[in-house]
Design a protein around this ligand. Structure first.
Ligand SMILES: NC(=O)C1=CN([C@@H]2O[C@H](COP(=O)(O)OP(=O)(O)OC[C@H]3O[C@@H](n4cnc5c(N)ncnc54)[C@H](OP(=O)(O)O)[C@@H]3O)[C@@H](O)[C@H]2O)C=CC1
Ligand SMILES: CC(=O)[C@@H](O)[C@H](O)COP(=O)(O)O
Ligand SMILES: [Mn+2]
Length: 382
């Protein structure tokens, strides 16, 4: 029957594209369980198409409703439901495409069950990457990147020795406001911020791209996944998002992974790894048609959020938990039009300044710091 897949965040941008891949390869992949948040209409469509064993929704009342409509399927809910989907379904692979650090505990529980993790949910790796990687090593579980840059790095690293890496070069599109000065960002709107030049993604990550926090989270994610020092991770502006990232080796060779901006490629690679599968109707890269690719040095003053993220990564301990939780809270406030675009960076910086760092935190400490940081960011805008 192929690999048994469980999927967190099935109604999101990555979740729906994961379903496309499963649909394209019915003999290779079988969806056995999935979670959603609040989108019950989309959940019904998925339940009507795929024959799953378990579904999790965010709210208890939605679970009760769906259980009546689908009596043969186990319907669970809340944070416990996410763990149920991730870890108690005997899946071969968990695709973690939920949004935010709520993905941490389900990931750890799935690892304990020996389930391979295909991870899009970068907030989990930023908030507690050390716990995820320690558990993966302990239970001998592969962590396969889905994020396009990390999939590119993973592919470029294939068969190479880490000791021979000179640096990772992570590309950044520049996001929705890449042609504006910082001064011009004072009065930008949510609608403008949600207009990413190259990718169609969920709202939170699109705002993260606009502030450049997405690249900051990705630098930390790369440090966690590939165990490369922050000194050896470079960010390069590349408008076209065609080169998804590259590795420079000691002998000065650079290996890059290229492709059209389509998340189904890294999603499929994480599912089919170590094999590659056909993508029959996909748009192929035509460099002659594109003609030129552009590159530009990163400006850390213009993109202050990137600097904050690298500072947090270098500090380590609970500082990356604070960075992530403050960012999640601030972006949510911006999307609700409660703060301005530039206040996102300000709130994160304040949360970091006010935090007393704890080194090598355990899970309880991480969860406590995450929740306290969200509360303190809320209080900053009252
Ligand atoms: N989109 C992209 O191209 C990329 C995304 N990523 C990462 O992948 C992750 C998902 O991103 P994306 O798909 O864009 O996000 P979306 O906002 O599109 O989707 C998020 C998914 O998570 C669900 N969800 C949100 N909050 C909760 C919660 N508290 N409990 C349970 N479920 C919840 C949503 O449910 P519902 O909608 O039903 O409420 C939805 O299914 C993020 O970590 C992002 O950084 C990484 C690389 C690229
Ligand atoms: C598709 C993907 O992986 C996103 O994280 C993407 O990288 C966002 O683009 P920028 O952050 O480079 O604008
Ligand atoms: Mn990315």
């Amino acid at each position: 029957m192929g690999k048994r897949i469980s999927l967190l965040g099935a109604t999101g941008s990555i979740g729906l594209q994961t379903l496309d891949i499963i649909r394209e390869h019915p003999n290779k992949f079988q969806l056995v369980a999935f979670s959603v948040g609040k989108n019950i209409e989309e959940t019904r469509k998925i339940l009507n198409e795929f024959h799953v064993e378990v579904v999790s929704v965010q709210k208890e009342e939605d679970a009760l409703l769906l259980q009546q409509e689908y009596p043969k399927i186990e319907v669970v809910f809340g944070d416990a439901g996410l763990i149920q989907v991730a870890a108690h379904t005997n899946a071969d692979v968990l695709v973690n495409a939920v949004l935010g650090s709520v993905g941490l505990r389900p990931t750890l529980e799935a690892i304990k069950k020996g389930i391979t993790i295909a991870i899009a949910n970068k907030e989990t790796l930023v908030t507690a990457g050390h716990l995820v990687m320690q558990a993966a090593q302990q239970y001998n579980v592969p962590i396969l990147p889905v994020d396009s840059e990390h999939s590119a790095l993973f592919q470029a690293m294939n068969g190479e020795k880490k000791s021979e890496v000179s640096k990772l070069i992570i590309t950044a599109s520049g996001g929705s406001f890449r042609d504006r000065t910082r001064e011009e960002l004072k009065s930008v709107t949510v609608k403008e911020a949600l207009n990413h030049p190259n990718w169609s993604m969920g709202s939170k990550i699109t705002i993260d791209s606009a502030t450049m926090m997405n690249k900051g989270l990705e630098v930390i994610e790369a440090h966690v996944l590939f165990d490369i020092s922050y000194d050896d991770i470079e960010v390069l502006l590349h408008r076209e998002s065609i080169i998804h990232s590259m590795i420079e080796f000691k002998d000065t060779s650079v290996i890059a992974q290229l492709g059209t901006p389509d998340m189904r490629v890294p999603i499929q690679y994480a599912l089919s790894y170590p094999d590659r599968l056909e993508r029959s109707n996909a748009h192929r890269l035509n460099l002659a048609e594109i003609g030129k690719l552009h590159f530009q040095e990163m400006d850390y003053k213009r993109y202050h959020a990137l600097k904050l993220a690298i500072d947090a990564g270098r500090a380590g301990g609970t500082m990356t938990t604070v960075l992530n939780a403050a960012n999640e809270a601030a972006v949510s406030l911006f999307l609700k039009e409660k703060i301005t675009f530039l206040e996102i960076d300000e709130l994160i910086e304040r949360a970091m300044d006010e935090h007393s760092n704890v080194s090598s935190p355990d899970l309880d400490t991480i969860l406590f710091v995450d929740s306290q940081t969200r509360k303190s960011v809320q209080n900053m805008v009252k």
